[in-house]
Design a protein around this ligand. Structure first.
Ligand code: MOS
Length: 790
């Protein structure tokens, strides 16, 4: 198996380090692909993996198996784990964005009864001196931030001291007494003001042909610039770490993260510890959306406190302090589209300028979706990065695509207006059957079906084309649409299955459930493979001591872990078969593991159900209480296919003509994402994505006072995310998409695909309602009220 370390995936650096490209199923499973051809094809699977029967658990809407634990409060999050003698840390953060700490006076804080210590760069425990020690699995190029390392201030809100006390109230109060003097320098945090200093970042896609000439001679031209502001993740669970000082001096760290083994490796690097000395645990995560892909500073601060005090320490960030973590970079997106009058695209140029910190070059791929999604003879992509006095930007749901495809899909709408063509018709005319960037086929692509089904459910054919031509009383009605695209990624996971003599089983992997439904999906796949009801499966995840898994993100979790489970189940059948065949006259004599299935507590010959042995008998005879096997998902690099999920989104807005209030009254989204393991949890992912899209279109924006480089709306009162009143009728559904190439189960993964394109569909609907083309998000009522019609 080869790791594609330079794989050309859209998600860029994140994938470059970690992603194994998709699998060629036939070579993986070494046998015929047993998909049927009827309308029910999606419910049968490859014979060689022991799935030749109808699937009975995969594909069914099983309710979250962790749902009860969550609603009863039994599910514990990072800040809820207890330890004897627990101390509490409260952060002091910088009030300047650039400069040095000249002096720290902690005397008054230290005099408060109950205060144990005040950690600063001057008295913290030893930390590594090399950048490599701080390079986590998702680190971009550059020099990672080192909490409390030295006197440099790199961004406003940076932790500069931690007060450790017997209780949280004392710690917080004492933190307010720490006095810090700075040698401040003038910060630069405004992307628009710094855009001319942005430098070009090399990306794998160079484009094709001479886009500039093709654009110059195109009969119909569209050039426009779009802006997506800085946004913050705002997960419900606050960032927190409880570092438990064990009696042997080892650390058990409960952290809010999207990768326990990533955090474990990072802590070992930073504090020169051995893997046996640090265990990182996160059984439940209250949302993260990319902000937890990299270790955040709460976990370093808690570990510093524990190492300094030699006792357990908890650090919980306040909501305001979480605005000092990463964010979706503000991005300027420039599109030039050149077309013939019939809608044929001749030229696509997509240029992006995004922001990052001065110490790390975080960037994702915003631009090349534009020449991938649609047929165009020529394409050109340029990505620039502006380094600012801010924390490093980071992944936030569908990084690169949420922003880049927003711009593309608005530009396509503008082009349709220029062509006097229906925007859906324009997409169909530019439809690409092959990946245009690499000229290769998709493993599967049913975007056309998404367009048709969503348009029909929405009633698109009843749309009257002219802006301001649909109204209901004092409300202008607008209908807009857009396409969505994301990657179907798969990365290396190892799963372990343990089958007990009583017929129950445990499936374990160090992957995460970040709220997406991993527990349930793992239980379903294991139940299917073992022929057991879901209730007999126990799932273990979110613990660095379990079989390896890389960070959970990029929508790769379901495909990756389910493949590992499938392989572990095959190994397990092999081990059981060996036990069976050790018995004289075994009914399973002469069979290979691939020729058996597990069903109803028995190992059964695939071709002859009468040949079977009870697994409990096999274990009893061998004197084994349990039998356990683990296996790695093995994806071969597949450069012969493009791996993508797709969506078609239709949105209705109503705009109050006098007050300019915009309401999204209806969204229909059709998603093609291969086999859906759990239609219920997957549907929730798409619903969540659509709500994010409403926020992105109308509400979300992190505002910085550029004089101080400080976030002004660091709270979810003034940083508005959609509330119930903002969310009306959402109709999200999956289009059947049979994929016999990507992996044996045909799973592509969902999550991010739910968001991509939604903001564009809404922005296009606002144009249709009002005749005003608002290209800078969010579309707030002042813009709707004060701007001129296009
Ligand atoms: Mo996702 S932005 O990879 O958590």
């Amino acid at each position: 198996m080869t790791v594609a370390t330079e794989g050309k995936t859209m998600t860029g650096e994140l994938s470059r380090r970690t992603v194994l490209k998709g699998a060629a199923a036939a070579s993986l499973i070494g046998g015929t692909v047993g998909f049927g051809t009827s309308a029910h094809a999606a419910t049968t699977s490859p014979a060689a993996d022991g799935l030749a029967r109808k699937l009975s658990v995969i594909g069914t809407p099983v309710s979250r198996i962790d749902g009860r634990a969550k609603v009863t409060g039994e599910a514990k999050y990072a800040a809820e784990f207890q330890a004897p003698d627990l101390a509490y840390g409260s952060m002091v953060t910088s009030t300047i964005a650039r400069g040095r700490i000249a002096a720290i006076d902690a005397a008054e804080a230290l005099r408060v009864p109950g205060v144990l210590d005040v950690l600063t760069h001057a008295n913290r425990p030893a930390m590594a001196d090399r950048d490599e020690a701080y390079h986590d699995d998702a680190a971009p190029d550059g020099s990672p931030f080192r909490p409390l390392f030295d006197d440099r201030v790199l961004f406003n809100g940076q932790p500069v001291a931690v007060v450790l006390a017997e209780d949280i109230e004392t710690a917080r109060f004492a933190a307010s007494l720490v006095k810090i003097e700075y040698a401040a320098e003038t910060p630069a945090t405004d992307l628009e003001a710094e855009r001319s200093h942005a430098v070009v970042v090399e990306k794998p896609w160079k484009g094709r042909g001479d886009a500039a000439s093709a654009f110059a001679s195109a009969p119909v031209k569209l050039e426009a610039e779009y802006f997506i502001p800085m946004e913050h993740h705002n997960p419900m669970e606050l960032y927190a770490a409880t570092a438990v000082w064990e009696s042997d001096g080892n650390l058990t760290v409960y952290d809010k993260t999207q990768g326990v083994q990533n955090v474990q490796r990072y802590l070992c690097g930073v504090f020169a510890l051995e893997p046996e000395q640090v265990r990182v645990v996160a059984p439940y995560v209250g949302g993260a959306f990319g902000s937890g892909l990299r270790p955040q500073f709460e976990v370093v601060l808690a570990a510093q406190g524990a190492l300094k005090l030699k006792r357990s320490v908890r650090v919980v960030l306040t909501r305001a302090q979480m605005y000092g973590l990463g964010y979706r970079p503000a991005t300027i997106e420039r599109l030039s589209l050149g077309a013939k009058h019939d809608g044929t695209l001749d030229a696509v140029t997509h240029e992006a300028i995004a922001m990052t910190s001065r110490f790390e070059q975080f960037s994702r791929h915003d631009t090349s979706w534009s020449g991938l999604l649609y047929k165009s003879a020529t394409a050109r992509y340029v990505h620039r990065l502006a380094a600012l006095d801010l924390p490093t930007s980071c992944d936030m749901r569908a990084p690169g695509a949420a922003t880049g495809v927003y711009a593309l899909e608005c530009a396509m709408d503008e082009l349709a207006v220029a062509l006097k063509m229906d925007p859906l018709e324009l997409r169909l005319r530019c439809y690409s059957e092959r990946d245009q960037n690499d000229d290769i086929p998709y493993t599967s692509k049913r975007l056309r079906e998404c367009y048709h089904q969503a348009a029909q459910r929405f009633g698109w054919e009843r749309r009257s084309a002219a802006p301001r031509s649909m109204r209901d009383g004092h409300e202008l009605i607008g209908w807009g649409m857009a396409s969505g695209i994301w990657e179907a990624l798969q990365i290396k996971h190892t799963a372990r299955i343990t089958l007990a003599a009583d017929g129950g089983a445990e499936v374990a992997c160090a992957t995460m459930d970040i709220g997406t439904g991993t527990y349930t999906v793992m239980a379903q796949v294991a139940a299917e493979m073992l022929g057991l009801p879901v209730e007999r499966i126990t799932v273990k995840l979110g613990d660095s001591s379990l079989p390896q898994a890389q960070i959970e993100g990029g929508s790769w979790g379901a495909a990756s872990v389910s493949h590992a489970i499938l392989r572990a189940a095959t190994e397990l059948r092999g081990a059981l078969l060996t036990l069976a065949q050790a018995t004289p006259n075994s009914p399973l004599a002469g069979l290979r593991a691939e020729e058996t299935i597990l069903a109803d507590g028995r190992l059964v010959a695939l071709q002859d159900p009468a040949r079977a042995v009870a697994t409990a008998d096999l274990l009893h005879q061998a004197g084994l209480p349990t039998i356990s096997k683990e296996a790695e998902s093995g994806f071969e690099p597949d450069d012969r296919h493009a791996h993508n999920t797709h969506a078609a989104i239709f949105a209705e807005v109503r705009v109050d003509e006098e007050l300019a209030i915009v309401r999204v009254t209806r969204v229909v989204s059709a998603v093609a994402a291969g086999r859906i393991i759990n239609p219920k949890t997957a549907h929730s992912q798409i619903m969540g994505g659509i709500v994010w899209g409403i926020g992105m279109a109308l509400h979300e924006e992190t505002l910085i006072d550029h004089r101080f480089g400080r976030v002004m709306n660091a709270n979810i009162a003034e940083y508005h995310i959609p509330a119930h009143a903002d969310v009306r009728n959402i109709d999200a559904f999956f289009v059947d998409e049979l994929d016999t190439v990507i992996n044996p189960l045909g799973v592509k993964g969902v999550g991010e695909i739910g968001l991509v394109g939604v903001a564009a569909a809404i922005a296009n609907a606002v144009y249709h309602a009002t005749g005003k083309r608002i290209r800078d998000l969010p579309i707030t009522l002042d813009k709707v009220l004060l701007r001129d019609r296009a």
